[in-house]
Each structure stands twice: as structure tokens, then as C-alpha cells.
Design a protein around this ligand. Structure first.
Ligand code: SIN
Length: 322
């Protein structure tokens, strides 16, 4: 976790930042009946106009890529976004990209972009926990913090970053741990060997299909059966403890792995991860893959991207061991 420092002195030319707006609560508006709010309602032009000081730190332009709640993000949006960011940053025009995004799946988009966006130029996702018209809206301060951080050039050569509540978080480590609080994010352990832009998806049409199954006492085999019957390429088990699963699910997972489905064991526990020699399951014998420190949603993304390169289980294990 890195605190955002206060302004640089801006005598030299201001950096050029392209802002890509995708929606989220930062672009949210109070519902017409006054109860709750809707995400992805307000245009990026309005959000930027509300923070005139941004212009002091950077030359900004923007595009409205979509305007959705981040619960509606999916692989197709990620792929299109990744291609757009690569294109924007490939020329000499822009020094950085800032993406406004809902906080619910921000860690997933950031993780995907980190693995697929090349080069050293800063990419920062920024969101908010209060809608844009709330009296205590946090979006304007977060936008300002993201622009200042980008303009300070301290973010050059770094992972894709997320900016929230005045702090910067690396894509490989960030996770959302509070569903309401302004300080919604935390930084956990990541895989240090995953490099920014290590997966080239320029010729990938559709990503492999990977689902997640949440473990609990007496877990049903139905979700795993459904994934198998529907031809999924892989499944991440968000197991209990060190990636354990109810016996019947484990038995079915063993059969699925023997049949070629990739089974990654992660955990529903917030910290600690799943490492193969430590627990009760011998992944090599079972044909499984241990997720290491990755939570289920990040393990799913790494498995999808690894499957674009290889379907060799041992080779996929290497990505998770980095
Ligand atoms: C969303 O993720 O789009 C809604 C919640 C938020 O932005 O905080």
C-alpha cells in the first residue's frame, strides 16, 4: 500500500492523461425515490467538471467507454478495455491512462489489465464508495489523488494501480474487504513473478471458460456438475481453510481433473492462500493446481490467461508458483 504524496511542482509540460470512464458508484446518482442509488449514471464530463483543480496537474482528455455498475463487467469488456489501453499508450501522445471504475470488481479488472497491458506508462483505476451527488462523495478526492499520483511520475514502470481513499494499491495485491466503508480496500500478498503485460491477448478471440465454486459445509456437487456438463475449461474451488472441499465435491473434482478440466484450489479465507505442500491435498497426485496467495477471483483470471498459452497442468502450475 502506498500513500499518495502531495503535488509535484509543475514547471515542465504537464503530463497528458487519457481518462477512460466505465461507470461505477463514482458515476452513480441517488435513485429517484431517494432510496439508495444507481451506479453508472453520470457522464465523465460532469465528473471532471466537478474537480476543476485536476487541470493544474495534467492535460486531460476523456472517453466514455461504457457506463455500468462493475458487477456487469465481463471478459469481453476486459479484453476490449485492455486493447484500448494498449492502443492509447502505444503512441507518443499520452503519458498515462486513468480508468474510472466501480469498486466491486475493480480488483479483477486491474489484475486482468496488469497481466495484459504492456509498457511502463502508468495505468490507474479509480472509484468511489459514495455516489457523485452524495454530500460526502469521495469520487472527486479520489480522482484528484489519481491525477496527482500519475502526474508525479512516481507511478512510471509500476504495476497497474488502483486509487481509493487517498491510497494507491497494486493490482496484484488489492482486494475489497469492506462493502460499505470509504476505506474499502486492503493490500494482501501477491505473486511477485507475474509481470505486467506478460500475456499478449491481441490474437485471442474468446477467453477460456473458467468458473468459481464457493465451498461450505455439506457443499453440493451441483455447481461443479453444471460446469463440467457445460464444457468449462477450468474451475477455481474457493475452498474452506487451506483449500479443502466437501468429500463428494473433491471426488468429482478428481474425476474432472482426470478428464482434462483444470482445477485450481483457492480459499474462501481472506488471507493465507493455498500452497501445495502445506495442507491435506497433494495437488500433483490429484492433478490440481494450488492458487498460492491469489484469491478465487484473481486465480480465475490467471487460469483463463494461462489457458490461452497452454493446457499443460504442470506449465499452468508454474504461473501460480511465480
Ligand atoms: C460498482 O462496483 O459499480 C458499484 C459499487 C461501487 O462502485 O462502489
Amino acid at each position: 500500500m502506498y500513500l499518495v504524496c502531495l503535488p509535484l511542482c509543475c514547471s515542465a509540460a504537464l503530463p497528458k492523461i487519457h481518462i477512460i470512464a466505465t461507470g461505477g458508484t463514482i458515476a452513480g446518482r441517488t435513485a429517484s425515490d431517494g432510496k439508495g442509488y444507481d451506479a453508472g449514471q453520470v457522464g465523465i464530463d460532469v465528473l471532471l467538471d466537478a474537480v476543476p483543480r485536476l487541470k493544474k496537474y495534467a492535460e486531460l482528455d476523456y472517453e466514455q467507454f461504457c457506463n455500468i455498475g462493475s458487477q456487469d463487467m465481463d471478459e469481453n469488456v476486459w479484453m476490449a478495455l485492455s486493447r484500448l489501453v494498449n492502443e492509447v499508450l502505444s503512441g507518443d501522445v499520452y503519458d498515462a491512462v486513468i480508468i474510472t471504475h466501480g469498486t466491486d470488481t475493480m480488483e479483477e479488472t486491474a489484475f486482468f489489465l496488469n497481466l495484459t497491458v504492456r509498457g511502463p506508462k502508468p495505468v490507474i483505476l479509480v472509484g468511489a464508495m459514495r455516489p457523485s451527488d452524495a454530500p460526502d462523495a469521495d469520487g472527486p478526492a479520489n480522482l484528484l489523488a489519481a491525477v496527482k499520483a500519475t502526474a508525479s511520475r512516481r507511478c512510471q514502470g509500476r504495476e497497474v494501480l488502483c486509487c481509493s481513499a487517498g491510497k494507491l494499491y497494486e493490482a496484484g495485491r488489492i482486494f475489497k474487504y469492506d462493502s460499505h466503508a470509504i476505506e474499502a480496500f486492503c493490500s494482501g500478498n501477491g505473486l511477485s513473478g507475474l509481470r505486467r503485460g506478460m500475456f499478449d491477448i491481441s490474437s485471442v478471440g474468446v477467453l477460456p471458460k473458467v468458473g468459481i465454486i464457493y465451498g461450505y459445509a455439506g457443499c453440493s456437487t451441483l455447481p461443479l456438475r453444471a460446469f463440467i456438463d457445460n464444457g468449462f475449461d477450468g474451475v477455481v474451488l474457493a475452498g474452506v481453510g487451506m483449500g479443502n472441499f466437501y468429500g463428494e465435491v473433491m471426488d468429482l473434482a478428481l474425476k474432472a481433473a482426470a478428464g482434462g478440466m483444470k482445477i485450481v484450489r483457492s480459499t474462501r479465507v481472506v488471507s493465507g492462500g493455498v500452497f501445495t505442500p502445506l495442507g491435506e491435498v497433494n495437488d500433483e497426485q490429484c492433478g490440481f493446481i494450488a492458487a498460492g496467495p491469489l484469491n478465487p477471483q484473481k486465480a480465475r483470471i490467471l487460469l483463463m490467461l494461462a489457458l490461452t498459452r497452454t493446457d499443460d497442468t504442470a506449465a499452468i502450475r508454474n504461473y501460480f508458483a511465480k
